[in-house]
Design a protein around this ligand. Structure first.
Ligand code: MN
Length: 225
């Protein structure tokens, strides 16, 4: 198993690690294709510079797809969807396949959540944030706190589990599909995501993305999925 995985439950009970229903299982198989960036490389500046987007998308994100596509031919993974690869690789403790598939998927999600943004959250997400965190601003503050607290490389995720919002920190390629929870927003806290633009100011970077770049209207549509 992934012994560096860390899990922080923000709202009390620990998230169940057991597999639950996993929506969005798209049929696709190897070779896995990196989706196109859904906007220009400069579209997220100055929160994320065009240079960081270019390096992150064309080197890091593409690299995970390239490595994954080098690992799966001739294995049972070759006929699975990317989501199915993640779940099976975790179950089978196939670290290299899990890490590259998880990161491929995580970055697909990461880029997509900024498309069409920034927008304010709609009523359902506002109400859920009020119920579980006391409001959208306390929810964002919790994401900054948990994201800043991830030791080394990883992600901070806003997820829904059993009808409740949670903020969790996951190390390395930690992935909400593998955790059996519904991803709502996911921020990459690997240094490659922010160091050129923000140097060591990880917390400020996370706050800026949440305030200035996330399409919260689209994020709210993932509730109840
Ligand atoms: Mn990254």
């Amino acid at each position: 198993m992934l012994n560096r995985r860390t899990l922080f439950a923000a709202t009390g009970t620990m998230l169940a690690a057991a597999a639950v229903g996993r929506p969005h299982i798209a049929r696709a198989a190897a070779p896995f294709a990196q989706p196109a960036l859904p906007y220009a490389e400069g579209a997220l500046a100055p929160t994320i510079s065009a240079r960081t987007v270019a390096l992150h998308f064309h080197k890091h994100h593409k690299g995970y797809f390239d490595k994954l596509n080098g690992l799966v031919p001739g294995t049972p993974y070759a006929d699975l969807s990317l989501e199915e690869v993640i779940v099976r690789a975790k179950d089978q403790s196939e670290a290299a396949i899990f890490n590259n598939a998880g990161q491929a998927w995580n970055h697909n999600f990461y880029w997509a959540q900024f498309a069409g943004g920034p927008t304010p959250p709609a009523k359902a997400l506002l109400e859920a944030a009020e119920r579980d965190f006391g409001g959208i601003e306390p929810l964002k503050a919790r994401m900054v706190e948990i994201g800043d607290g991830v030791f080394g490389t990883g992600w901070v995720w806003l997820v829904e589990d059993d009808g409740k919002l949670h903020v969790i920190g996951l190390a390395d390629a930690g992935n909400p599909i593998a955790e059996g929870v519904t991803p709502v927003v996911g921020i990459d806290v690997w240094e490659h995501a922010y160091y050129l633009d923000w140097e060591n100011r990880r917390a400020a970077h996370i706050k800026a993305l949440l305030d200035e770049r996330v399409n919260w209207a689209a994020a709210g549509e993932r509730l109840g999925a």
